[in-house]
Design a protein around this ligand. Structure first.
Ligand SMILES: C[S@@+](CC[C@H](N)C(=O)[O-])C[C@H]1O[C@@H](n2cnc3c(N)ncnc32)[C@H](O)[C@@H]1O
Length: 185
């Protein structure tokens, strides 16, 4: 049986179904997250969307900040194909990879962002350690997930200024989502 933590779970059919649902239900979250990224990213910054899925968040970020160098990773090749198909100049920087084993060099990312993916990471502490490796000193990590999927602060060891805040996109129930923000030392 294929479980949702497997790289085979989001096959072509499930990825396409997810994209349809995301377009219908998650626009408010993507807009809110894109506003947050646009507010913290320095000019020309490198931004990595982790577990990008169909890549809808990247469109929202690009529409606000065309100066940013966008990229994405996802475990699912079918999600990456969907995200790349609809992408602009950043299509070639959307690649298949596990958050716990990124192909990016050390200190190469200014802002790492992730939406609704962390609850699927089998070892969040290891994944955050890998994100800390690729973030430049002073780089920012923004992780948004369902409120119920509480990942402990210990998973963010190695980063500083770790803060958890409720997130309420417009026209959504109160505090359905949580954001954890942190900074690379
Ligand atoms: C629920 S979808 C969210 C997609 C997108 N971020 C969004 O908000 O619409 C979760 C995504 O995380 C990806 N994912 C799960 N585990 C991952 C891992 N270890 N490394 C990279 N991506 C992963 C899945 O393949 C899936 O595309």
């Amino acid at each position: 049986m294929t479980d949702h933590l497997s790289r085979d779970y989001f096959d072509q059919k499930r990825s396409a179904a997810y994209e349809r649902r995301a377009v219908r239900l998650l626009g408010g979250l993507y807009r809110r997250v894109a506003d947050d990224v646009a507010a913290v990213a320095p000019p020309g910054a490198s931004v990595l969307d982790v577990g990008t899925g169909p890549g809808r968040l990247l469109h929202e970020i690009a529409s606000r900040r065309p100066d940013l160098v966008l990229g994405g990773v996802d475990l699912s090749a079918d999600m990456v194909a969907l995200a790349a198909a609809g992408a602009g100049g950043w299509a070639s920087r959307i690649v298949v990879a596990d958050v716990a084993d990124l192909p990016h060099p050390d200190d190469s990312v200014d802002v790492a962002v992730s939406t609704l993916s962390m609850h699927e990471w089998p070892d969040p502490g290891r994944a955050v350690g890998e994100l800390a490796r690729v973030l430049r000193p002073g780089g920012v990590l923004l992780v948004y997930d369902f409120r119920f999927s509480r990942v402990g602060r210990e998973s963010f060891a190695g980063l500083v200024d770790v803060r958890r805040t409720p997130v309420r996109p417009k026209r959504r129930p109160p505090a359905l989502f949580t954001r954890v923000s942190a900074t690379a030392p």
